[in-house]
Design a binder for this molecule. Sequence first.
Ligand code: FE2
Ligand code: FE2
Ligand code: FE2
Length: 201
Amino acid sequence: MNVRSELPDPDNSSNFNGFGETEVATTLDALKEAVAGETGASGKYSQYAEAAEANGYSQAARLFRCASAAEQVHIKMESALVEKYDSDWERPTAEPVSVPAVDLCLIDAAKGEIFEASDMYPCFIDMAQEEGNEDAVKVFTKAKLAESVHAELYLTIYNNLDAADDDSFWLCPVCGYIEKAPAAPGVCPICGAGAKVFKEF
Ligand code: FE2
Ligand code: FE2
Ligand code: FE2
């Protein structure tokens, strides 16, 4: 993802349309649904990481671990908002999933990320804008932008599964952005965080 002259948001970007499959009644419901989706994704990626490692696909395993941590960043941001509005809410937990072959794990993960980026989060952002909830708009926006980057990385690793390289994955712990590179990025293109914050996988 290229660094732009201003941080991307729904008002200055061309890639915030949604297919319209997702429906939600309130911003609070959207936040709870987002946490549930992110929790499922994070848990699934941990399982996929273990399977990839056990089968000798260590770069794919590193990406799954990094993306699992990225989804935890989204869970943290979104849960903090839910708990502000609903103090009785109980955080969901991840259920075990069945694990297909590693190439299909990568495709399955990419499909989930594309759904979130092109359907779920655009719907949630519209809802939050309608209700004038700027905090929720900001949180959903960071997640939405990170998800399509996750999808791109999953497909990159899928396309190069038998020709892996030594690149690391660098996680921005502020927004969940991930970059595949030999060294940490200078700046996060989603939230503007500096090189020092990135975590290496
Ligand atoms: Fe996420
Ligand atoms: Fe993601
Ligand atoms: Fe970031």
